[in-house]
Design a protein around this ligand. Structure first.
Ligand code: PRP
Length: 217
């Protein structure tokens, strides 16, 4: 049976392919993508496909993909059904509460928070016992407080450059984020040997990389 692997398009793609290749998965079909979206590796009997992060979750949930590689940000935002089997330690970033320097987090007025991640934001403020108004924004959330649409944002911070260049600062780090390997529940039962063999190989690669980091500082 062919193994179907859903990869997140964009930032995570190269790093995911690098890890899979090190784990002896033949990813050469992904080298010359053109406008194709499904890539069939004959040597490994794998079909790779490239989709948006939230769609990775949908394909894995419904079993259209056996395995997916997706950021923890997406997993935290959308409740779904899957096994999260590995932290791949790529796509490392964090969810933060950020705002202009003048923002006062202790202010008792009802705050307006702009975010691409309303569920994560809601859970964060609920846990603090604070009721906020959440405005969903699809991208470049940093603009919202600059235009007076929101008091603060909850967003992903990687290098911090976008915040810095837009005069925003971090007030709190909410969750660490990195890419995870997720597996469809039925696939894990049906294709146990193959999937566990891939998990084992990836685990080995991650161990080697951690050891290299320790040696190289
Ligand atoms: C993400 C995130 C921040 C930026 C953070 O946006 O929403 O805007 O990256 O990265 P940095 O800390 O390295 O500057 P993305 O580039 O995915 O685009 P988007 O804003 O359109 O979602």
């Amino acid at each position: 049976m062919r193994l179907k692997i859903a990869l997140t398009k964009g930032r995570l793609e190269d790093e995911a392919v690098r890890l899979l290749t090190k784990a002896q998965v033949d990813c050469s079909v992904l080298a010359d993508k053109k406008r194709k979206l499904i890539f069939q590796s004959e040597t490994d009997e794998i079909d790779f496909f490239l989709v948006k992060a939230v769609d990775v979750l949908t394909y894995v949930k419904h079993g259209a993909a056996d395995i997916g590689i997706v950021g923890r940000d997406v997993l935290l935002e959308a409740a779904s059904s899957y096994y999260e089997v590995l932290d791949l330690k790529i796509g490392v970033c964090r969810f933060c509460l950020a705002a202009p320097k003048t923002f006062d987090p202790t202010d008792y007025k009802r705050k307006v928070i702009a975010t691409k991640y309303p569920n994560v934001t809601e859970a964060f403020f609920r846990q603090r016992g604070e009721d906020v108004e959440i405005i969903k924004i699809e991208g470049s959330v940093e603009i919202a407080p600059l235009l007076g649409l929101a008091d603060a944002i909850v967003d992903i911070v990687e290098t911090g450059a976008t915040l810095r260049d837009n005069g925003l600062v971090i007030f709190e780090t909410i969750h660490p984020i990195s890419a995870r390997l997720i597996v469809n529940k039925a696939s894990l039962k049906q294709n146990k040997t193959r999937i566990f063999s891939l998990i084992d190989k990836l685990q080995l690669v991650l161990k080697e990389e951690t050891a290299d980091e320790t040696i190289n500082g």
